[in-house]
Design a protein around this ligand. Structure first.
Ligand code: NAP
Length: 314
C-alpha cells in the first residue's frame, strides 16, 4: 500500500494508538510515526519495544510537522491536549481522535483547532479489555467499523484521505452524525459495560461466594462479564461522564425491561420469557451474519482477536 500521510503523530500510546502504529507501519501507510505519552514510563516502554518510529519528549515536538495528528487519550483529557497542541500544528494538517464519545469531544476540541487545520472526529469500534503501550496489535481494526463524525463544513478530500488510511488498516468507514453516534454507542457499548461492571460488583458484594464458587464456576456466563468489567477504569469513567444523557436514556429503558422480566419470573410467565429470549437469540445471529463475531463457543474471542473474520466491507 502507498504512504497516505508523510508524518503521523500519535498523542497517547495505549491500546488504540499502539495498534494504529503497528497497523500503519505494517501496511506502509505512513512515512514516519511519531508518538508521545504523558508519562516517562510509557515513553520508555514505547521506545524499548519499538512501538513507533520516534518517541517525542513533549507534545509540541510530537505534533510539529505532522500531517495527521491522532488524539488517543481518555475522552476527558482531549480538550486540554487540543489547547496545548494548537499553536504547534502544521497548516493544512488533519487532527482526528479515537474517543468513544463524540459530541463531548467535538465540544472540547473543536474550539482549539486553528482555521487552517482540519478536524475530523473518529471512533474505531474495536478494542479489548487491555490497555497501555504493550497491549496493541496490528490486526485490531481488521473487519471492524470506524465511525467518522465530520461536521458539515469538513473538506471532503481530507475525509476521503483519512478514510483511505483507516481502510488501509483493515477497517470499514461510515460517516455519522455525532449525536447519533453517541446514542448508538450508548446501546451497543456503554450501557453493556455498565451492566457488566454492576454484575461483577454484585458478585463482589457477596464476598463469601466471590472467593470460591463464583471464580470456580465462572464459565457459566459470569466470566464474560468479568472480561468486560476489566476494561480500563479511567477510560470508562470518562465515557460515562461524557455520554451522560444517552447512557441515562438507555439505562432507563433497560430498567423498564428488567422490571418486566422480573415480573414474568415472579408470575412464572414462561411463555413471555421464552418469547423474549427467542428474540434476543435472533439478534446474536444477526451479529454473526454481519461478520462482527463468530459462532464459535467461548464468544468467538480467541479467533476474533487473532484473525480477520471476513474482508471488510467498502
Ligand atoms: P490506554 O491504553 O489506557 O492508553 C491511554 C493513553 O492516554 C496512555 O498513553 C496514557 O498515557 C494517556 N493518558 C491517559 N490519561 C491522560 C491524561 N489525563 N492526559 C494525557 N494523556 C493521558 O487507552 P486506549 O484504550 O488506547 O484508549 C484511548 C482512547 O481510545 C480513549 O479515548 C478511548 O475512549 C478510545 N477507545 C478505546 C477503545 C478500547 O476498547 N480500549 C476502543 C475504541 C476507542 P500514560 O500511559 O502516560 O498514562
Amino acid at each position: 500500500m502507498s504512504v497516505i500521510y508523510d508524518r503521523v503523530a500519535l498523542v497517547g500510546l495505549g491500546l488504540i494508538a499502539g495498534s494504529m502504529s503497528l497497523a500503519m507501519r505494517e501496511n506502509g501507510l505512513a512515512g514516519e510515526v511519531v508518538g508521545y505519552a504523558r508519562s516517562a514510563d510509557t515513553r520508555r516502554i514505547a521506545q524499548e519495544i519499538g512501538l513507533v518510529d520516534r518517541v517525542a519528549d513533549d507534545l509540541a515536538e510530537a505534533v510539529a510537522g505532522a500531517d495527521l495528528v491522532v488524539l488517543a487519550v481518555p475522552v476527558g483529557a482531549m480538550g486540554a491536549i487540543a489547547a496545548q497542541i494548537a499553536p504547534h500544528l502544521k497548516p493544512g494538517a488533519v487532527v482526528t481522535d479515537v474517543g468513544s464519545v463524540k459530541q463531548a469531544v467535538v465540544e472540547a476540541v473543536a474550539p482549539h483547532i486553528p482555521q487552517d487545520v482540519h478536524f475530523i472526529p473518529g471512533h474505531p469500534l474495536a478494542g479489548t479489555e487491555h490497555s497501555g503501550p504493550r497491549s496493541g496489535f496490528a490486526t485490531l481494526f481488521v473487519n471492524r467499523w470506524w465511525l467518522l463524525t465530520p461536521d458539515e463544513g469538513a473538506d471532503p478530500e481530507q475525509v476521503a484521505r483519512l478514510t483511505r488510511l483507516i481502510r488501509g488498516m483493515g477497517a470499514s468507514v461510515e460517516i455519522m452524525d455525532a449525536a447519533r453516534h453517541d446514542l448508538v454507542l450508548a446501546v451497543t457499548s456503554h450501557t453493556p459495560h455498565l451492566i457488566a461492571y454492576t454484575m461483577v460488583g454484585v458478585a463482589d458484594h457477596l464476598k463469601r461466594v466471590t472467593q470460591s464458587e463464583v471464580v470456580k464456576y465462572s464459565a457459566a456466563g459470569f466470566r464474560d462479564f468479568t472480561r468486560i468489567a476489566a476494561s480500563d477504569p479511567v477510560m470508562w469513567r470518562d465515557v460515562f461522564l461524557q455520554n451522560k444523557e444517552a447512557v441515562l436514556d438507555i439505562l432507563g429503558r433497560f430498567a423498564e425491561e428488567l422490571f418486566v422480566l422480573q415480573r414474568a419470573i415472579r408470575m412464572e410467565d414462561g411463555e413471555h420469557l421464552q418469547e423474549y429470549f427467542t428474540r434476543t437469540r435472533a439478534i446474536r445471529r444477526g451479529i454473526i451474519e454481519a461478520g462482527q463475531d463468530t459462532a464459535a463457543p467461548d464468544f468467538g474471542r480467541s479467533s476474533a482477536a487473532e484473525k480477520p473474520l471476513a474482508p471488510p466491507e467498502e
